[in-house]
Design a protein around this ligand. Structure first.
Ligand SMILES: C[S@@+](CC[C@H](N)C(=O)[O-])C[C@H]1O[C@@H](n2cnc3c(N)ncnc32)[C@H](O)[C@@H]1O
Length: 239
């Protein structure tokens, strides 16, 4: 296991452990995570394979969380570098790797901004439901970092809560989305968790995120928006 050096961090630098999300640092939430969220790992691996993932490929994953995708992609590639600032999530992933005899995953204590890639450029960068932890300025910095660690022609698979509706409709759309949340722990996602997402995290509009991706050296090859207007799934090529 590898730990990123944290010396000489300037005072203005965002601390990704602080912004990792209250719930992602909460052991009870992390223990329940896999029952709440299905990361569609098998179809995500198949998607990467359709874009050239091979047994020799390197995949850098940001925000692996409990590692549903990490564990699924590891047997299909050469090396997975799984970067997450949450110690609770990393512990869960480490335990899962041990339980499944996965040995080609390097778990790194860092984030989009602090991870330093010292190996040759990777073939794939993967991230699902993690980039929204950064405010927009830092998303642009993060995307620049990602572009620097993936080879030209390589692929960024980015999936996140991204708003795909008119700004003027935001209050009504957000309220309707939060109303789909449950009231007690039997619910997959609580209304209070969804409110917290909107209030305290940094999901943005598609019309802000997409120019950021293009500006930082990615060409969007494919995008799918969820019907509710709250999620976008991108395949972008490093150009
Ligand atoms: C909602 S979980 C998503 C887990 C998994 N990718 C999935 O799709 O189910 C978000 C993950 O992103 C991580 N995260 C938060 N801030 C991050 C950052 N700045 N860089 C990388 N990962 C981050 C959290 O610790 C957490 O593990």
């Amino acid at each position: 296991m590898q730990s990123a050096a944290r010396e000489a961090v300037p005072g203005w630098m965002l601390d990704e452990r602080v912004t990792a999300g209250r719930e992602n640092l909460d052991a009870d939430h992390v223990a329940r995570y896999d029952a709440k969220e299905d990361a569609s790992a098998a179809s995500e691996v198949a998607l990467l394979q359709s874009f050239g993932l091979q047994p020799a490929s390197t995949v850098i994953e940001f925000g692996p969380g409990t590692g549903q995708f990490t564990i699924a992609v590891a047997p299909e590639c050469g090396h997975v570098i799984a970067v997450d600032p949450s110690p609770v999530m990393r512990a869960q992933l480490r335990a899962k790797c041990a339980a499944t005899d996965v040995t080609n995953v390097t778990i790194v204590d860092a984030g989009f901004l602090s991870y330093e890639h010292v190996e040759p450029p990777a073939n794939f960068v993967y991230s699902r439901y993690a980039l929204h932890h950064l405010p927009d300025f830092w998303k642009a910095v993060a995307l620049t970092n990602l572009r620097g660690m993936v080879r030209t022609g390589g692929v960024l698979r980015l999936w996140d809560v991204v708003y795909h509706f008119e700004v003027g409709d935001a209050a009504a759309r957000i309220e309707a989305w939060c109303a789909t949340g449950g009231a007690d722990v039997t619910a997959e996602w609580l209304r209070t968790e969804m409110e917290e997402h909107v209030r305290d995290e940094h999901s943005t509009f598609t019309w802000l995120l997409e120019p950021m991706m293009e500006r930082t050296g990615f060409e969007i090859e494919r995008v799918e928006y969820s019907a509710d207007g709250f999620s976008a799934q991108y395949v972008a090529r490093a150009v």
